[in-house]
Design a protein around this ligand. Structure first.
Ligand code: ZN
Length: 341
């Protein structure tokens, strides 16, 4: 089997790797239908996040169950399943509280940019679709694994309510799907911060009512202008830099909430503005497993089309070009298809 391996900054290779096999009775092996490159993959790709090298890559996945371990009960060979990028047992106290990304048996998926992958805690992690999906549903189903689930968590953590004014900081795929999520939760006004025409367009398609191109103090002033000087009720921080977090904090109304899902990089949080802006902060790695059944249903019934964030589709063996295109911001998000699928 060949799979995706990161060797160093901007050095992604598709090369021979050992095929996965059942290691524990709670494992399942999937044949990947589609996988993709995540914005968070770009941090190690750019050398900003240090990882052991070489490192197998990929954590967004869906596909067909090939084989299950002897202790697996709910997942069966032949099913089409989607799993979160967080591996969870879904039975421990943290999982039962809806925080599967804080599972006592938490593992992070990797190695999914490959034709086959092993999923630990299969019963707790994987959710089957009602039937085998048609091909045109695959991109949207794939988004539920991470990018949509994360955008959804940002909106959930930001306490988006019907009628709310929502601000989304970040126009990557997570931010764009944060817009979609806020719309689904009944937000009345959704302000998206973006300077890129293609992304602005998609934000509007997903439900954005206003686009703000300014950043920093000018950006904050623009948000205040749009909200009668108050700030947004709910702010989704989908970048992970100090600049974007400060943008979020200072654009939130007193008593408002920020859902932050951008993986923090080089951020030192100054509590002073958090204190005086009277904001709630909640975020972290998204407990996607909590939302998976509902998100799969929304996609299955074709009520949402989050797969639109994929603007580049490549055969899996061209994964290196998929990373390059996202790194150079030529693509919002790259979908990868194994040749066997
Ligand atoms: Zn758990």
């Amino acid at each position: 089997m060949r799979g995706t391996v990161l060797y160093g900054p901007r050095d992604v290779r598709f090369e021979d790797r050992e095929a996965p096999r059942i290691e524990k009775p709670t494992d399942a092996i999937l044949r990947i239908a589609v996988t993709c490159v995540c914005g968070s993959d770009l941090w190690p790709y750019r050398g900003i996040q240090k990882v052991a090298q070489p490192t197998p890559m990929g954590h967004e996945y869906c596909g067909f169950v090939e084989e299950v371990g002897s202790a697996v009960r709910t997942v069966k060979p032949g099913q089409f399943v989607i799993g979160s990028f967080c591996i969870s047992d879904n039975t421990c106290p943290n999982c039962r509280a809806g925080y599967q990304s804080g599972c006592q048996n938490l593992e992070f998926m990797s190695r999914a940019q490959a034709p086959y992958v092993r999923v630990p805690w299969a019963d707790g992690t994987l959710v089957p679709t009602p039937e085998l999906p048609s091909d045109d549903l695959l991109p949207s189903l794939l988004t539920t694994s991470d990018v949509l689930g994360t955008g959804w968590f940002a909106a959930d953590a930001a306490n988006v309510k019907p009628g709310a004014t929502v601000l989304v900081v970040g126009d990557g795929a997570v931010g764009l799907l944060g817009v979609l999520s806020a719309k689904q939760m009944g937000a009345e006004r959704i302000i998206a911060m973006s300077r890129h025409e293609k992304r602005q367009q998609l934000a509007k398609e997903f439900g954005a009512t206003d686009i703000v191109t300014e950043r920093g103090d000018e950006g904050i002033a623009r948000i205040k202008d749009l909200t009668n000087g108050i700030g947004a009720d709910s702010v989704l921080e989908c970048v992970g830099t100090e600049e974007s977090m400060m943008q979020a904090i200072q654009s939130t109304r007193p008593g408002g909430s920020i859902g932050y899902v951008g993986v923090p990089h080089g951020m030192k949080l100054d509590v002073w503005p958090v204190f005086f802006h009277l904001v709630r902060l909640h975020g972290g790695p998204a407990p996607v497993r909590r939302f998976l059944p509902d998100l799969i249903k929304l996609v299955w019934e074709r009520k949402i089309n989050p797969g639109k964030v994929f603007d580049l589709v490549l055969p899996l063996e061209q994964v290196a070009e998929g990373y390059r295109a996202m790194d150079e911001r030529r693509a919002i998000k790259t979908l990868l298809r194994p040749s066997s699928a």
